[in-house]
Design a protein around this ligand. Structure first.
Ligand code: AKG
Length: 404
């Protein structure tokens, strides 16, 4: 993608972070084993199974099923086992942007941010300036209403074209998933300039475009403030133009996720373990828990803090930071009683930019470190996707010189 990302030339990369994250899956392998002795909707009927695959889990959930169709049942070793709420909970480090803006407090907040990116790869951002009762709540509300539309209305936005500026679908990587995930999604490209892509977004619910555009702009402002601070905390001045690109022309994709109540949540996942490909992902979620983060060899359930963003480091940032910041595996569990909505905003540089460790970190004159990652670009990533096989092998590892 051109760095300027001109309005009439949409970036492949900016459209497909989820396809990208799909390739960083671990643990999603063979077709689901069937529940012994149990018959589920669609199990004996390939046509019906194909129908569900096409129509997604919202449709399936609305049929009132009481057992999970076999296509959604993970192999025993990949199942979440206990419910999300029974899992060990974690309060992620909190980064207070209000304090970050106070000169006398900035250094302390940067320290918290740096430690969070290094040790957790995840943190929560509060006092971000985005009107929580306004833009954020309206975004979650319109997202919920979109998934309540009749299936035919949602289906208008189905597309196999990953370049489409709007795309409705189900599972994780719908076309290829051997075991389907308990998730439907709406992906909206927010590639700048936003005004050029908004007209292609759904026109129903009637306020979706206005609400989502307002939210996307505000989200981008928060991202710019956070990524600038994260670079500063790492001691990198962005002299290579990365910060400028991230602020003005980087890729920006918004994925609205819908995880309906699931009859047997212990057997499936809303999203499998994956890492994100870009610099930072900002997740807005409702008050239903579901996001789980891998830390210390354990899946920890994130306690949703109302009005906050959950932010995580992506593969690009891990590479750019030469491994100082961590792009961490995460997954989404579902539950049997409450549907969940989340809105994930993926931010990175443009697809044509080569990303490698920041030169400033490798500078021997500053006591720099050895280089831990090869440079990478989007073409390399696509090649990896085509050849990737096996569990527990992420794209990031394939770029690591420690594994070479
Ligand atoms: O739903 C969530 O909380 C997380 C979503 C996520 O991991 C993703 O969209 O990649």
């Amino acid at each position: 993608m051109c760095i300027a990302c001109s309005s009439n030339k949409l970036s492949i990369y900016s459209q497909i972070p989820i396809e990208i994250t799909a390739m960083a899956i671990v643990g999603l392998s063979n077709a689901g084993d069937r529940l012994p002795g149990k018959r589920a909707v669609g199990d004996d009927d390939e046509a019906a199974a194909a129908d569900y695959r096409l129509k997604g889990v919202r449709h399936l959930s609305d049929t009132g099923i009481t057992r999970l169709p076999g296509r959604y049942v993970l192999p025993a070793s990949d199942r979440p086992g206990r419910s999300v709420s029974a899992g060990t909970r974690v309060k992620l480090p909190v980064v207070d942007l209000g304090r970050l803006r106070v000169p006398s407090e900035r250094a302390a907040v940067l320290k918290t941010l740096e430690a969070a990116c290094r040790e957790f790869g995840f943190f929560q951002v509060v006092n971000h300036g985005l009107d929580v009762d306004g833009a954020a709540t309206r975004m979650l509300d319109v997202a919920a209403r979109f998934f309540e539309l009749p299936f035919q209305d949602r289906a208008r936005y189905m597309s196999a074209d990953v370049r489409a500026p709007v795309r409705y679908g189900t599972s994780f990587n719908q076309a290829n998933d051997a075991v389907l995930c308990w998730r439907d999604f709406l992906k909206l490209s927010c590639a700048p300039p936003l005004r050029d892509v908004v007209p292609s977004w759904p026109d129903s619910p009637a306020d979706l475009r206005e609400v989502a555009a307002e939210y996307a702009s505000a989200n981008r402002r928060v991202f710019v403030e956070v990524v600038e601070a994260a670079l500063e905390a790492m001691g990198v001045g962005g002299g290579d133009g990365v910060m400028e690109e991230l602020a003005t022309a980087g890729s920006h994709m918004m994925t609205v996720n819908c995880y309906p109540a699931c009859p047997q949540p212990e057997l499936t996942l809303g999203m499998p373990p994956h890492s994100d490909y870009g610099f930072l992902t900002l997740v807005l979620q409702d008050d239903v828990e579901g996001l789980q983060v891998m830390h210390g060899g354990e899946w920890l359930t994130v306690d949703p803090v109302p009005g906050s963003f959950v932010v995580n480091v992506g593969d690009h940032f891990e590479i750019y930071s030469n491994g100082r910041y961590k792009s961490v595996l995460h997954r989404v569990g579902v539950n049997s009683t409450r549907p969940r909505i989340s809105v994930a905003s993926f931010h990175s540089v443009g697809a044509e930019r080569v990303v490698g460790p920041a030169a400033e970190l490798l500078d021997q004159g500053r006591g720099g470190q050895p280089r831990w990652y090869m440079d990478t670009d989007f073409a390399t990533f696509l090649a990896y996707l085509a050849s990737a096989e096996g569990k527990h092998k992420t794209f990031l590892q394939s770029r690591s010189l420690a594994f070479a």
